[in-house]
Design a protein around this ligand. Structure first.
Ligand code: ZN
Length: 752
């Protein structure tokens, strides 16, 4: 994990190399082209978003110019573009309505300072703590509000006196007969062009063409019939110190500023995540991005601009146009400056209806129903959170929408985390066969409905059978949960079933036993197969045949279903990845200790995990197995696994007397001692050490097989020596670099 550090230098030290690139020789052509494309897109978008935010369109351009330079210089990646954002428009509009332009200026400054602080102290990651369903419901809600708010403009109706969605809808409803043809035609023309141009070519800056063409046609055909943007200043404002607006409460303004800060930061996060997806190998530095945004928001107000965020469409345009450095955003700002200075008269001729058309199209994209459909398919509860957020934002209030969305999302999480699930397996008929419940998730007061359901199920079970309650997937038990489980068990016992509780975690086990006043439960808890059998079948340890039979039954009835698909696939053939050579000792379980499934390990077992040297004229099953595994199955790993207190090592090294009737064993010992040179090891060497050396020795023997040697040298086969410590179930692995066995748990620790 990255360590957090405070960036009291605003990240400048780490930005210096990138700033040096700006004055370097590279990428001027790419960045200029990208900056130009960006400016062509940014002019209409900035004008339109300013309109939607309830401020003069010209302010949109000023904002884009300042943010385009400041945020680009200090941001967390080199491609993101910042400026006035549609997602912020409704919030900014409300702030302007309430506090006026001079109040908004202070809101921008506070928002900027908060963002800078967040970035400097490395808290950017907390911005992520927002459920996706709320974010998407919010975005769609803003889209709907913008859409509805722009309809009067598109219909050429007078502006409504109230900005609330319902008021606007009523306003439109009463005045719809007065709508005029010219603005509708212009708006529809813009929407049509925005839809058709990207289908023709993704290179054309569609917003510009979509605004310019209808505007020119309208100027010719509908002269004087359309409301225009009107005069915009042909100069840039000089920075000025803002004046505190009179009659406004600090506290309220601060509250709004905090909201805008939260929203702008979240929007920026979304934008940089989107940009990271477009640029291969790029990971935005979120804290730095917030510092960049904060500085932008701090400087913009001094030029009379509105709060900014990272903006997705312009950033994506920048990427597509081939931008290479932070220079392209700065060039975009300079072109915007030139536009204001040179083309102000032309911009003033743009009809408001054209900008409304552009906003309608942006709003429709924000409302993207596909997102809702995806959520619906993925999770109904997420879709509900989306729906609540959306509806409350559109019809009640922006802030309340987010609050309700968050409450709904938390409720969903609480319910999901608290949900107990039950799997039931039953088999056999009459009094033979067994039942099995698997409880999953937490067992708490929230589980009572589920346990009641189980109880009604229990009433139908045949008495006299065994029932296993498998608890391995239970994550937590509280007092009510323990009570309910005990009740269930007692009910089962009363019905004459034999109950075993399997795999109860230690903590939960102690808890359950202490909650049980009858004292019966402690005898019903099993943690191994043998204990389980003991409880369900009575004592079986004396009869191995019965043990095997019960084991077969249990596999058949309880476990086989888990492997059905796997065995179905394995029926067509095996392709194990590893040849696993180990001792016949009953305490070694290759699949258990490697958590592998059937089909993964090709296992060779014999006394002492030995592989004979490759020798012509001699026949060994082990040699044949090596040929088969390496030559035909094509395993990529060979593991030789010795183990502690190995009887074979004892026999070879300890040289104790063997009973005289074990001629085979004696012959094996003689031959092996001869071949493997055990006599050369010091007599005082502990047996476990002999086992470790023996495993290494088998690697040498394996390398005497030409096929093994060739494949190992080609790097397609690896050989490993392992040593299994039975007492603590730990595996030691030989490190050929450090000439030492290392416990796997320790090497894990070293790696982390
Ligand atoms: Zn052994």
């Amino acid at each position: 994990m990255k360590t957090t550090y405070f960036r009291f230098d605003l990240g400048i030290r780490s930005l210096l190399p990138q700033w040096r690139l700006l004055i370097g020789k590279l990428y001027w052509r790419e960045d200029f082209f990208a900056g130009l494309t960006l400016a062509l897109v940014a002019v209409p978008l900035s004008l339109a978003i300013a309109l939607a935010s309830g401020v003069d369109p010209a302010i949109g351009l000023i904002t884009a110019i300042v943010a385009g330079i400041v945020c680009a210089l200090f941001g967390g990646n080199s491609i993101s573009v910042s400026g006035p954002a549609a997602a912020m428009a409704v919030m900014v509009g409300l702030a302007v309505e309430k506090y006026g332009m001079s109040g908004l200026i202070f809101i921008g400054i506070i928002c900027g300072l908060l963002q800078i602080a967040t970035g400097v102290f490395g808290l950017g990651r907390f911005v992520r703590l927002m459920p996706i369903a709320v974010i998407e419901g919010f975005t769609a809600g803003i889209g709907a509000i913008i859409l509805i708010a722009q309809l009067p403009r598109a219909f050429g109706l007078p502006a409504p006196s109230e900005s609330h969605t319902i008021d606007v809808l009523v306003h439109i409803g009463t005045l719809i007969d007065e709508s005029k043809g010219a603005p509708v035609l212009v708006a529809v023309g813009v929407i049509f062009l925005l839809w058709i141009i990207p289908k023709i070519s993704s290179k054309i800056p569609s917003p510009l063409i979509a605004i310019a063409v209808p505007s020119m046609l309208a100027a010719y055909f509908f002269e004087g019939q359309l409301l225009l943007i009107g005069e915009i200043p042909r100069s840039l404002p000089l920075p000025s110190f803002p004046v505190w607006p009179s009659g406004i409460s600090w506290i309220e303004l601060l509250g709004t500023a905090v909201l805008i800060y939260a929203l702008a930061s979240l929007e920026t996060l979304l934008s940089s995540t989107a940009v990271d997806k477009l640029v291969r190998g790029q990971h935005s530095d979120l804290d730095q991005e917030l510092i960049g945004q904060g500085l932008g928001n701090l400087v913009v107000p001094f030029f009379g601009g509105i709060p900014v965020t990272g903006v997705i469409v312009r950033s994506a345009t920048n990427v597509m146009a081939g931008a290479k450095t932070r220079r392209s955003s700065i060039i975009h700002s300079l072109i915007l400056v030139a536009t204001v200075l040179l083309l102000a008269p032309l911009i003033s001729q743009i009809p408001i209806a054209a900008l409304a058309g552009l906003l309608l199209s942006i709003a429709a994209r924000m409302m993207n129903p596909e997102k809702f459909i995806n959520l619906w398919n993925l999770s109904r509860s997420d879709a509900a959170v989306y729906g609540i957020t959306f509806l409350v934002i559109v019809f009640v209030d922006l802030l309340q929408g987010v609050q309700w969305g968050l409450v709904a999302a938390l409720a969903v999480v609480a319910l999901q985390l608290g949900r107990t699930r039950v799997q039931f397996y039953g088999s056999g008929s009459g009094s033979s066969g067994s039942y099995r419940f698997e409880l999953q998730g937490p067992l708490t007061f929230l589980s009572s409905l589920k346990i009641d359901e189980l109880k009604s199920h229990v009433a139908e079970l045949d008495g006299g059978r065994g029932i296993t309650i498998d608890m391995h997937a239970v994550t937590e038990i509280d007092g009510s949960g323990a009570e309910m489980l005990l009740e269930l068990i007692h009910e089962l016992l009363e019905r004459g079933l034999k109950v075993a509780v399997l795999d109860l975690p230690e903590k939960e086990k102690a808890f359950l036993i202490s909650a049980d006043s009858s004292g019966r439960i402690s005898k019903l808890i099993a943690s191994t197969e043998q204990e389980l059998m003991q409880i369900l079948e009575g004592s079986i340890s004396g009869d191995p045949a019965l043990r095997l039979e019960k084991g077969l039954n249990r596999f058949l009835k309880d476990e086989r279903h888990r492997y059905k698909k796997l065995f179905g696939e394995l029926a067509h053939g095996q392709s194990p990845h590893t040849l696993f050579i180990t001792c016949s000792d009953s305490r070694i379980q290759p699949n258990l200790m490697t958590s592998t499934d059937p089909g993964e390990l090709f296992i060779v077992r014999n006394v002492g995990n030995m592989i004979p040297k490759c020798a012509e004229g001699e026949v060994f099953a082990e040699s044949a197995a090596v040929d088969f595994a390496v030559g035909i199955l094509g395993v990529r790993e060979i593991v030789v696994c010795g183990h502690s207190s190995c009887g074979a090592m004892q026999a070879l090294h300890g040289r104790q007397e063997l009973p005289s009737n074990l001629k085979n064993l004696e012959a094996w010992r003689k031959a092996t001692v001869q071949n493997e040179a055990y006599h050369s090891l010091p007599a005082a060497m502990p047996i476990d050490e002999v086992a470790r050396i023996n495993a290494l020795h088998q690697l040498d023997n394996l390398r005497s097989y030409p096929l093994v040697r060739e494949k190992e040298q080609a790097g397609v086969l690896k050989l490993h020596a392992w040593f299994f410590e039975i007492a603590n179930g730990e595996v030691e692995i030989w490190s050929s670099d450090r000439k030492k066995y290392f416990r796997h748990s320790e090497s894990l620790k070293m790696r982390n």
